[in-house]
Design a binder for this molecule. Structure first.
Ligand code: GDP
Ligand code: IMO
Ligand code: MG
Length: 441
């Protein structure tokens, strides 16, 4: 298998965790390139569920090497908690995980910086995960951030911490919060350093060596393209490049190393937090999607806003990521609907837009135009065979394919690995669903 990026084409939570876990056996290395523990990637195996936040979802497969690239915002306590959760689940991380020296640390006071910024925005707040992701990236771009490599020499870490915190304390005092004591942070992080230094390494070099040996890499995206800091619905975005461009900068590889970008799209749309969402549906049908899809954040538990599939948004994602193949997830949630609206255009100031405007102030004012698709009204849940997909569902898939100019290669029909339909025959050599079923029995 070549080197493939798996990323979300909407506003996150498309089911990336399930798909990465499904495809991981076909790869040697699984690497995260951006985001942090704001991500929540759910994997269900044999009725047991685990949510991965920072560690690549490939970790559940024995023998796979997992990497956390320099583009990730890294919280040592969140990482250590996740290692412990995996151990409890029965998965040993051991020496299968390497964290780049270049990851920027999330420090214990970053969530307070975020809280102050969010409160100052009032009604226009972003609705972040409150985990300090944005402030860590702000420090990176402001060139005052602290990286995992700095923990390898505690003198260096101490000096950087004192400088970084002096600035933050000025902000905290002005906002009426007590100053943070650098010695407390230092003591906490010196403890973390002793536990994580064994994982810190040169991820770019390691990837280069693995690729030279002919090993294949799956690049696991977090969030979704519409939350990308450059191409998303700015300012209602996260603070990293979740699009395919982030893979090269976030891991220290050349873009020539990427063979394909596979987009994951939900058969409808969800969004957590603030910002425009043209196809949001707050009526009974929206509530039904939310309930059937159990649409609550895997990281914060917040209800996800629900709406219809937006072909403009996904076509845009395919364009900015170079996506030609899509994995369509959660169609089973729509199994009960008589009719399913699909957004095919936006009305804006008397004219019709046929391409996605990423400006949130335009998106705020658009009215979606829908094509009504016939519902399939029969269960797709747990289906595994192409031939058993309902005809009306195939029409739905074809309409999406034509509208977004990408082929659907896998349909996910449930939370488990085995709940998957391989649409393209050639994938049968890559994803061994027969083996997945046998492994579980
Ligand atoms: P991610 O952030 O993209 O990995 O997605 P999340 O894990 O946050 O949310 C996706 C949710 O949908 C999880 O609870 C998955 O277990 C679940 N899921 C994934 N694919 C399917 C599917 O095809 N059908 C159903 N019913 N659930 C799915
Ligand atoms: P996965 O990888 C859905 C959203 C937050 C908020 C915005 C900015 O599970 O798909 P941040 O804390 O990143 O500064 O918040 O981004 N957000 C996500 N929404 N899925 C995610 O990750 C998200 N990660 C961040 O809700 O609107
Ligand atoms: Mg998620």
């Amino acid at each position: 298998m070549a080197n493939v990026v798996v990323l979300g084409t909407q506003w996150g939570d498309e089911g990336k965790g399930k798909i990465v876990d499904l495809l991981a056996p076909a790869f040697d290395v699984i690497a995260r390139y951006q985001g942090g523990h704001n991500a929540g990637h759910t994997v269900c195996v044999g009725g047991r569920k685990i949510v991965l936040h920072l560690i690549p979802s490939g970790i559940l497969h024995p023998g796979k090497l997992c990497l956390i690239g320099n583009g990730v915002a890294f919280s040592p306590p969140a990482f250590l908690k996740e290692v412990a959760a995996l151990e409890e689940y029965g998965v040993a991380v051991g020496d299968r995980l390497v964290i780049s020296r270049g990851v920027h640390l999330i420090l214990p006071y970053h969530p307070l910086v975020e809280k102050i910024a969010e409160e100052r925005k009032g009604a226009r707040k972003i609705g972040t995960t409150s985990l300090g992701i944005g402030p860590s990236y702000e420090d990176k771009v402001a060139r005052c951030g602290i990286r995992a490599g700095d923990l390898l020499d505690l003198e260096v870490f101490r000096e950087k911490l004192i400088t970084n915190l002096a600035e933050k304390n000025a902000l905290f005092r002005s906002a009426g919060f007590p100053a943070v004591d650098w010695e407390e942070v230092y003591a906490e992080f010196a403890g973390h350093a002793s536990r994580i230094s064994q994982y810190i390494g040169d991820v770019s070099l390691l990837l280069h060596q693995k690729m030279r040996e002919g090993k294949s890499v799956l690049f696991e995206g977090a969030q979704g393209a519409l939350l990308d800091v450059d191409h998303g619905t700015y300012p209602f975005v996260t603070s990293s490049n979740s699009t395919a461009g982030g893979v090269a900068t976030g891991l220290g590889i050349g873009p020539t190393r990427i063979d394909e970008v596979l987009g994951v799209a939900k058969a409808y749309t969800t969004r957590v937090g603030g910002g425009p969402f043209p196809t949001e549906t707050q009526d009974e049908r929206g509530r039904l999607i939310s309930e059937r899809g159990n649409e609550f954040g895997a990281t914060t538990g917040r209800p996800r806003r629900c709406g219809w599939f937006d072909t403009l948004a996904v076509a845009y994602s395919c364009r900015v990521n170079g996506i030609e193949r899509i994995v369509l997830t959660k169609p089973d949630i729509l199994d009960v609907f008589e009719e399913i609206p699909v957004c095919v255009g936006y009305k804006y100031k008397g004219s019709t837009l046929s391409t996605f405007p990423a400006e949130s102030w335009i998106l705020d004012k658009v009215a979606p135009r829908y094509k009504m698709m016939k519902g399939w009204k029969s269960p797709t849940h747990h289906l595994t065979e192409r031939g058993r997909l309902p005809a009306a569902f195939i029409d739905y898939v074809k309409f999406i394919e034509d509208s977004v100019e990408a082929r659907v290669c896998i349909v996910s029909t449930g939370v488990e690995r085995k709940d998957s339909v391989l649409i393209e025959e050639e994938l049968e050599g890559v994803v061994d669903l027969g083996r997945v079923r046998k492994d579980l029995s």
